[in-house]
Ligand binder design. Structure first.
Ligand SMILES: [Fe+2]
Length: 204
């Protein structure tokens, strides 16, 4: 698909695009299609995310930076027509966190403002497909400054919470996934259970 088509696609969703953003989407689509293995896909796309994060001030529009005082905000930037790829700008106000979750997809995250904190969970029990009897242990933490890029792959799924502690400034990050991220697994660590939920996002 050409840049022109991407730009048209984004314009149709109401947001004028920046050439660097159109180029990123075009190249990310190409590299994700060239690499069926999720580990190869994130390896190939991570440098693209680092470059996009570096020029985010020019690329991101007001519509991508919406926030909500009650929860972190997912602003949709691009969604591939065949749902093979989606890109969001996430805005984290101080004290806003995700629940414990996984994505069921590969992902590439680039920080563009503030410090994004990720706390990981390690699955101790084998995934037998059941949504109960799931033993999770707390893992490590990563603090990501602007231009930092992190990635994850599924199977086993990457389980974590992400956010900004109260007292730290707002953070903004770009999240590229290998599918439309309209649902994911939520975990109850104490109960050892998970459930699939649909999630809403601001469509720009
Ligand atoms: Fe996540």
């Amino acid at each position: 698909m050409s840049n022109r088509n991407h730009q048209d696609s984004i314009r149709e969703s109401g947001t004028a695009t920046h050439p660097a953003l159109a180029q990123f989407i075009d190249e990310a689509l190409s590299r994700s299609r060239a690499h069926a293995d999720p580990s190869d896909a994130v390896l190939a796309i991570a440098p693209l995310m680092m470059a996009l994060s570096a020029c985010a001030d020019e690329v991101l529009k007001e519509a991508h930076l919406r926030s909500d005082p009650d929860h972190y905000t997912r602003n949709l930037i691009y969604c591939a027509p065949d749902n093979c790829l989606s890109l969001y700008a996430l805005v984290w106000l101080p004290g806003q966190w995700t629940p414990v979750h996984d994505h069921g997809s590969w992902g590439v995250v680039g920080v563009v403002e503030g410090v994004l904190e990720e706390r990981s969970f390690v699955r101790l029990s084998a995934d037998d497909g059941r949504d109960e009897g799931i033993a999770l242990a707390r893992g490590g933490v990563v603090l990501q400054s602007p231009r930092a890029v992190s990635t994850f792959v599924p199977n086993p799924d990457h389980i974590h919470i992400t956010g900004v502690p109260a007292g730290r400034p707002r953070a903004v990050s770009l999240h590229l996934y290998g599918r439309t991220m309209s649902d994911f697994n939520l975990y109850d660590v104490e109960a050892g259970t998970r459930r699939r939920i649909a999630i809403a996002h601001n469509e720009s």
